[in-house]
Design a protein around this ligand. Structure first.
Ligand code: FAD
Length: 423
């Protein structure tokens, strides 16, 4: 009987372990946390946005988009979702975003763990157990790991195949660290530049603190160093302002690109449109009616019901005035400028959130070094899946889709290769 070692019990590893056992392989699942699936259980604010009805290659990033486009059809096919349905999980769709019907990501983790426990004759879940090294010797893999039973010394296990599902560097508080990268590198793999993605942006402008605590519907765009505006179709939703940063899904969506620009040492601004749902005509009607009214009131009162008063203060500050200014003292041109700045609030970006606050890692093991079945091109029977690879998706269920499906695909291949093929 073939033995498959799955290293890392996250979304990808749990899927890989379950599929390997379904196909009759003996599975050793190593997870460094006491409990597997911590990140999966925390995903989507605990609700688990597992996938999205809109599955397009443009929702993913990699340094090697050509390789990613070759992998895309198989990992986006919805197989992982079908698998979870077979385990009894029902899903519901919120505007294309797919969640478990119970809105509990934990249910997915538990269903997978339950399934693995039902196959306890085949599956050995070893926790907490951190794989410290993997090598190929005498036609099999040797896995050195540290467990709770022997924290000071290494234990050893052997397997015919290894599926490396150690995740990326995002959210170290949930178990992420460099160890998976180290194991991949020990087999000669190369990593692309890694940086946190799906994270907040810090801003230079001190006036942002006036709006700290406000959440507002908005669209966020990048203002490139040459002044060109770059929009991302998905960067619309609820933006959160803090005393020195902007956050929320629209910001997450552009954070990867922002990181690239900032890391290249170039200056960057963002433009926040606080009325993203209004088309040009609807906005023009508001401008016309507002310019003609409100003589005895101040700017905050003038824009009551349009945007949060603290955001009105930001728009006024952008025009060099305060929100206490009486409307009658403002020229029609200045009134129009205040209204226009609601659609183009500018902030200069000073940095981005680190791994602790990021949902995913941009960059990882080079895609040119794995086959379409996630097998290493450098070491036969070694597979690499999930966030450890140079693939990251935008917000919306894309990262779990990749992690779970790549785990499934690798396991199907690893378990299908006969023992004699693997030797
Ligand atoms: C707060 C948060 C919310 C998110 N929400 C969503 C969402 O709603 N939708 C979405 O699509 N994506 C979401 N993501 C991203 C998504 O959760 C990850 O991309 C995905 O879980 C990656 O799966 P993975 O199995 O590759 O890695 P992980 O889930 O990180 O699993 C890797 C596992 O390997 C273990 N490990 C690491 N090294 C070793 C070792 N040497 N030995 C043994 N074990 C090891 C780790 O402890 C970990 O459990 C979110 C991420 C975060 C942080």
């Amino acid at each position: 009987m073939k033995t498959i070692a799955v290293i890392g019990g996250g979304a990808s590893g749990l899927m890989a372990a379950a599929m390997s056992a379904d196909l009759g392989a003996k599975v050793l699942l190593f997870e460094k946390n006491e409990i597997p699936g911590r990140k999966l259980s925390a995903s989507g604010n605990g609700r688990g946005n597992v996938t999205n009805r809109r599955m397009e290659l443009s929702c993913y990033h990699s340094e090697d988009m050509e390789r990613l486009s070759a992998l895309f059809p198989s990992f986006s096919s919805g197989e992982a979702l079908s698998y979870l349905r077979r385990l009894g999980i029902l899903f519901h769709d919120r505007n294309g975003y797919i969640y478990p019907r119970t809105d509990r990501a934990q249910d997915i983790t538990d269903a997978l763990l339950l399934h693995l426990k039902e196959m306890s004759g085949l599956v050995n879940i070893i926790t907490p157990a951190e794989a410290s090294g993997v090598c190929f010797e005498n036609n099999r893999f040797r896995i050195d790991y540290k467990s709770a039973g022997s924290p000071d010394s290494s234990e050893t296990a052997y397997a015919d195949s290894v599926i490396l599902c150690c995740g990326g560097l995002a959210a170290p508080q949930l178990g992420a660290d460099e160890s998976g990268c180290g194991i991949a590198e020990s087999f000669g793999h190369h990593l692309t530049r890694r940086r946190p993605a799906l994270t907040y942006l810090t801003v230079h402008d001190s006036f942002v603190k006036t709006a700290a605590g406000v959440r507002a519907a908005a669209e966020v765009k990048l203002v490139l160093p040459d002044g060109k505006i770059e929009s991302c179709p998905d960067a619309v939703g609820e933006v959160q302002f803090t005393k020195n940063a902007v956050s929320g899904i629209p910001v997450f969506q552009i954070s990867r690109r922002a990181g690239e620009i900032l890391d290249s040492g170039r200056p960057l601004c963002i433009s926040v449109d606080l009325l993203p749902e209004l088309d040009r005509d609807a906005f023009e009607r508001i401008v016309t009616s507002k310019i003609e009214c409100g003589e005895n009131i101040n700017i905050t009162e003038w824009l009551l019901g349009l945007v949060h008063p603290k955001l009105t203060a930001l728009a006024a500050a952008e025009c060099g005035i305060t929100a206490e200014n009486k409307i009658r003292k403002l020229s029609p041109e200045l009134r129009k400028r205040v209204l226009l700045s609601l659609r183009d609030l500018r902030f200069s970006v000073s940095g981005y959130g680190g791994y602790r606050d990021a949902q995913v890692t941009a960059g990882g093991v080079k895609l040119s070094e794995i086959t379409d079945l996630y097998e290493s091109r450098l070491q036969k029977n070694l597979y690499i899946t999930g966030e450890l690879l140079d693939v990251d998706g935008i917000c919306g269920g894309y990262n779990l889709t990749f992690a779970m499906n790549s785990g499934l695909i690798a396991a199907k291949h690893a378990a299908a290769v006969s023992d004699s093929d693997s030797k």
